[in-house]
Design a protein around this ligand. Structure first.
Ligand SMILES: Cc1ncc(COP(=O)(O)O)c(C=O)c1O
Length: 386
């Protein structure tokens, strides 16, 4: 990895404008995509669905969509819906969280041309479905409805057979305005539980059993709503590797793992490579850290130099040069952060330091551009800022 950052440092210094940059390493992304494509071939019962919030950049989404031959997207943020509808010709959008009804209303009021768009609106309760039904009536629409089920994460959604049945009845009674599209059960808890509480395989099996039970209810009690093209969405990056082995779902969403920010370092995703970095220029190099008010310490021996970098305090860990870290007492800064590096580190003003984001969904929208680093060159891609 050291060679990678040394080369990147040289290439950044050759390129225009030394500002903090968000960088995607094309080679690592490519390898991650190859791994995912291979796994999906094996788990061929699963259609991939790209999580837009975690990869919020049109050019990146286009690259991934092409590589994985899918235009299924999971959208979490209303302003990100239109660009997806506009730039992909054969989209199938599923919302990953329920949208407030007024947002849905506003969307149809402002975008009459999207009446036919293939959107599965996610509802978590009968009350929300009743709200959406009113919107469908108001605009003379037939809304596709996907139902959020709680498969153990306990983030809301349907939690009982009765709740599902009530919702399905309401859909059945309003065929002019509502069409049942499927279920969404997110299982992020599966790999996050401490193993003393529950082992991964047990948690996964339990979540899958809950999912299967709801599928059975639909098939047995609502045969008119059952279709072979219903969307049974599940997964997420943390459980991708489990679903491709065996899953009751037919639609698998994932995003972050393709860039693998550090929150996604796990045994199940160990084959994947980190592909997202922040680079930022060094503004000042001081021989050691001086703490205001504690100048008496200046005379002590010092093992670190102090750097001041452009920006800072991102949701990210400093990774290069080796041994770089923020100072425990000096305080963090988003404007001009101080970091320490070992005294013998060769680094000068206008060199770059590197960080690895902990998440992609929080970091990408903080940058105007995502720079695709390929063959030692940079291509600037616009991100979704809103
Ligand atoms: C409903 C749902 N599905 C899937 C995902 C997975 O996204 P990622 O793979 O980027 O973690 C999320 C993440 O929040 C989610 O909320």
């Amino acid at each position: 990895m050291n060679n990678f950052f040394e080369q990147l440092n040289r290439d950044l210094k050759q390129s225009n404008g030394a500002l903090p940059r968000l960088i995607v390493d094309d080679q690592a992304l490519e390898q991650n995509l190859q791994y995912v494509a291979k796994k999906l071939k094996y788990g061929s019962h699963l259609q991939p669905r790209i999580v837009v919030k975690s990869l919020a950049c049109l050019a990146l989404l286009k690259t991934i969509s092409l590589k994985l031959s899918t235009q299924r997207f999971m959208v979490f943020h209303m302003p990100q819906l239109l660009p997806i509808l506009e730039h992909f010709s054969d989209v199938d959008v599923l919302f990953g969280k329920p949208m407030p009804v007024s947002t849905v209303q506003h969307f149809y009021a402002m975008n009459q041309n999207c009446r036919q768009a293939d959107i599965q609106w996610l509802i978590d309760s009968k009350a929300r479905l009743l709200q959406y039904l009113e919107v469908a009536k108001q605009f003379s629409l037939t809304l596709k409805i996907n139902i959020e089920i709680d498969v153990g994460l306990h983030r809301g959604g349907v939690r009982s057979d009765f709740a599902l049945i009530e919702i399905l009845r309401l859909i059945e009674q309003n065929p002019e305005h509502l069409v049942f599209a499927g279920l969404m059960g997110y299982d992020a808890h599966v790999t996050k539980l401490p193993s003393v509480i529950k082992k991964i395989d047990v948690a996964y099996r339990e979540s899958q059993d809950i999912y299967q039970n709801y599928k059975n209810i639909i098939q047995q009690q609502f045969p008119h709503l059952w279709r072979t093209d219903l969307c049974f969405n599940g997964g997420g990056s943390p459980t991708f590797y489990l679903h491709v082995e065996q899953s009751v779902c037919n639609d698998l969403s994932f995003g972050s793992m393709l860039l693998k920010p550090s929150d996604f370092d796990s045994d199940g995703l160990s084959v994947l490579q980190a592909a997202l970095w922040i680079s930022t220029p060094v503004l000042k190099v001081l021989p050691f850290t001086q703490l205001p008010g504690l100048e008496v310490l200046d005379k002590l021996p010092h093992s670190s130099k102090a750097l001041f970098v452009y920006g800072g305090y991102w949701m990210a860990h400093y990774v290069y040069p080796r041994g770089i870290h923020p100072h425990a007492l000096y305080g963090r800064s988003t404007n001009q952060e101080m970091v320490n590096v070992p005294k013998n580190t060769e680094i000068a003003v206008d060199d770059f330091v590197f960080l690895r984001p902990t998440q992609s969904e929080a970091i990408i929208p903080q940058f105007h551009k995502l720079y695709c680093y390929k063959n030692r060159d940079f291509e600037a891609w616009e991100t979704f800022r809103e």
